[in-house]
Design a protein around this ligand. Structure first.
Ligand code: SF4
Length: 217
C-alpha cells in the first residue's frame, strides 16, 4: 500500500500562516533579517548548537562587544573566549574552535567567510547543519538545513525514508520544490520545538492536523 505523504504546498502554506501568529523567530533568522554580516552569523550559528536562543543571543552580544571581527577574535585567548561565550552549551570546546576558526578566516580567507557549504564544512566546529544554515542565512544560498527535528518530522510525514540527517538533506532536495528549501528549517524547527516535540505531539493545537499522516485528531 502506498504511504500517505503530506501535501507539501498545503503544509507550507499552513506553516507560514502559523509562524506569523506565534511570534517566535529564531535568533539566526533575526540576525539575517537585521542584515548582520557573515562573520557574526557564522559565530552565532556555531554558538547556538545545543543552546537556547536566549543564551545564544546574550553570549553573542557579550562576545561581539569585545570582538566583532575575525581579526579581533583571533587575538583573544581561548580562556577569554570561554569567559565571553559562557554559558552556551559545550562552551569550552566552542571557545577552542572559535579561536581556530578566527585564525583560519584571517590567514586562509583574508578575513572573509567562505561562501560555499563545501568550504564552510571544513572549518573547525562547523558541521553540515551549521554550514548549510550559514550558507542560507548569510549568503542567501539555496540549501536545506537538516537538524534532528527536520530529520524526524520529514520522515514522519513520509517525505523521505532515511536514517541520518545527511541522507534526509539529500533526499529532501529531490522531492521538495526549491522555493521551500530556505524556509523549511525555520518552520519545522519551530514546530518540532513547540507543538510536535519528539515525545509529545500536540496534534489538537497543530496547524497541520488535517493533513498530517501522523495526526491523532
Ligand atoms: S499533526 Fe501531530 S504529528 Fe502531525 S505535525 Fe502536527 S503535532 Fe506533529
Amino acid at each position: 500500500m502506498k504511504k500517505n505523504v503530506i501535501a507539501v504546498d498545503k503544509a507550507f502554506k499552513l506553516l507560514s500562516k502559523w509562524a506569523q501568529t506565534i511570534g517566535h523567530v529564531p535568533i539566526i533568522d533575526l540576525m539575517a533579517a537585521g542584515g548582520e554580516n557573515p562573520w557574526k552569523i557564522l559565530v552565532s550559528t556555531m554558538l547556538s548548537a545545543r543552546t537556547k536562543d536566549s543564551v545564544t543571543a546574550s553570549s553573542s552580544r557579550k562576545l561581539f562587544k569585545v570582538a566583532d571581527t575575525p581579526q579581533k577574535t583571533a587575538k583573544l585567548s581561548v580562556e577569554k573566549l570561554r569567559e565571553l561565550i559562557y554559558p552556551v552549551g559545550f562552551y569550552k570546546v566552542k571557545a577552542e574552535n572559535l579561536k581556530k576558526l578566527a585564525e583560519i578566516i584571517v590567514e586562509k580567507y583574508s578575513c572573509q567567510v567562505p561562501e560555499t557549504v563545501e568550504e564552510l564544512v571544513t572549518l573547525p566546529g562547523i558541521g553540515i547543519k551549521t554550514a548549510s544554515l550559514v550558507f542560507i542565512k548569510a549568503f542567501n544560498g539555496y540549501d536545506i538545513c537538516v537538524d534532528t527535528h527536520v530529520h524526524r518530522i520529514a520522515n514522519m510525514w513520509n517525505l523521505v525514508k532515511t536514517d541520518t540527517p545527511e541522507k534526509t538533506r539529500e533526499e529532501l532536495k529531490k522531492v521538495l520544490p526549491k522555493k521551500y528549501w530556505k524556509e523549511l528549517n525555520q518552520h519545522i524547527v519551530t514546530l518540532g520545538q513547540t507543538i510536535c516535540r519528539p515525545m509529545k505531539h500536540e496534534c489538537g493545537k497543530c496547524p497541520l492536523n488535517k493533513i498530517c499522516p501522523e495526526s491523532k485528531t
